[in-house]
Design a protein around this ligand. Structure first.
Ligand SMILES: NC(=O)NCCC[C@H](N)C(=O)O
Length: 397
């Protein structure tokens, strides 16, 4: 059987990727809920879909197999055990109360896999079920969600990550995103493509988000610790990957706990086996603690500049650093617009948003091919090409 999954670097030739084409869950965003749902604006959904389709086409044109999360989910929900698990996860919220929960349980159980997947992704509004009656539904506002929509499903990077041939279903920190991993658990638990795949992490553990996890090279992970991944999360992930022999070093990289730098991949992505694209306003102060296994214990080294620690862990002399933008203000603007968030298709080939003009130019001057995509609508969720993709299979770099 040819290999179907496995990722041991950021830059090995990309063979298979999981994306999520934005759908009706984006149509649920309003000026009243967009902050809570982690969007900076209200995207024009049709245009966002066009931009996303163009992104997927660029990948296919380069020989990458594109899997869609919603299709995998529908196929996984073909299994009745998966449907039961999906329904109980979706109605667990204490907002519902017994009457409404039991009404929703019956209503969701009656749906076919495609309808159920739609309800899980786009959510269910109170006025869509009011026929169910009961005190809670009568007291809630019409437009209140009984099951919240998941507009950030678009960012498939965060809800699961492959570490070699094991998959980590992550543990998302923001309330608006927590339920996303119920869907990735269903996909990896029930889709035949992933039958037998080893699981190295799950959503009940300490917070770890995929955007914080960079496979710097075979056996070496860098994990951002900031707004999303917690110190306890990186410790747990290190223990898990060491126990399974998936890595020999985990670099814990503290990053500022703020929205602009929510994940490590918003300030740093790899574009070659020895080159990173970095946000210069933070690059100088970025440090790392190298964590290695010492029997059953973890050994934590003194903190060092990030690129020094990274080169050491990989056994190379130096890392080349390419900066976002030319001056601090341009750098700040382009970092905010996900200029750092490139997706490598192979060493020295990446996809970037077209709007980060100066960063893209610098990449090209450094010998990196840049395939530009439009992202005026997609970008309103504050994520770029790396955030919008979960590599499932890469060749060894
Ligand atoms: N890896 C990433 O940086 N993902 C982007 C996630 C954006 C999303 N709106 C969020 O706030 O979680």
């Amino acid at each position: 059987m040819s290999q179907k999954y496995g990722v041991d670097s950021e830059v090995g030739t990309l063979r298979t990727v999981m994306l999520h084409r934005p759908g009706n869950e984006l149509r649920r965003l309003t000026p009243r809920n967009n902050d809570k749902l982690l969007f900076d604006g209200i995207p024009w959904v049709g245009r966002a879909q066009d931009e996303h389709d163009a992104f997927a086409q660029v990948l296919r044109d380069r020989g990458v197999e594109v899997l869609y999360l919603h299709e995998l989910l529908i196929e996984a929900l073909g299994d009745p055990v998966a449907r039961t698990q999906a329904v109980s996860g979706a109605i667990a919220d204490l907002r519902l109360g017994d009457t409404l929960r039991s009404y929703l349980a019956d209503a969701l159980t009656a749906l076919d896999p495609a309808q159920l997947a739609e309800a899980l992704m786009a959510g269910v509004r109170n006025d869509e079920v009011r026929a169910g009656g009961g005190l809670v539904t009568s007291l809630l506002a019409h437009e209140d969600f009984l099951i919240d929509p998941l507009p950030n499903l678009l960012f498939t990077r965060d809800s699961s990550v492959w570490i070699r041939d094991s998959v980590a279903v992550t543990s998302l920190a923001m309330p608006a995103r927590v339920r996303e991993t119920q869907l990735t658990e269903l996909i990896y638990g029930f889709h035949p493509r992933f039958a037998g795949a080893d699981k190295v992490y799950d959503h009940t553990l300490e917070h770890v988000e995929g955007g914080d996890v960079l496979a710097l090279g075979p056996g070496v992970l860098a994990v951002g610790v900031g707004e999303r991944t917690t110190p306890a999360g990186v410790e747990r992930l290190a223990r898990r990957v060491f126990a399974k022999g998936l890595a020999h070093t985990v670099l814990a990289v503290p990053i500022a706990q703020q929205r602009a730098t929510m994940h490590l991949d918003t300030v740093c992505t790899m574009v070659d086996v020895d080159a990173v694209l970095m946000y210069p306003n933070m690059a100088e102060e970025m440090r790392a603690l190298a964590v290695t296994a010492d029997g059953d214990q973890l050994h934590v080294a003194e903190s060092e500049p990030f690129l020094v620690a990274a080169a050491k862990a990989l056994g190379i002399d130096t890392f080349r650093r390419i900066d976002t933008g030319l001056d601090p203000v341009t750098a700040e603007r382009e970092q905010w617009d996900d200029g750092n968030n490139t997706l490598a298709l192979a060493p020295r080939v990446c996809i970037a948003y077209e709007r980060t003009v100066e960063t893209n130019q610098r990449l090209e001057e450094s010998g990196v091919e840049v395939i530009r995509i439009a992202g005026s609508e997609l970008g309103s969720g504050r994520g770029g090409p790396r955030c919008m993709s979960c590599p499932v299979l890469r060749d060894p770099a």
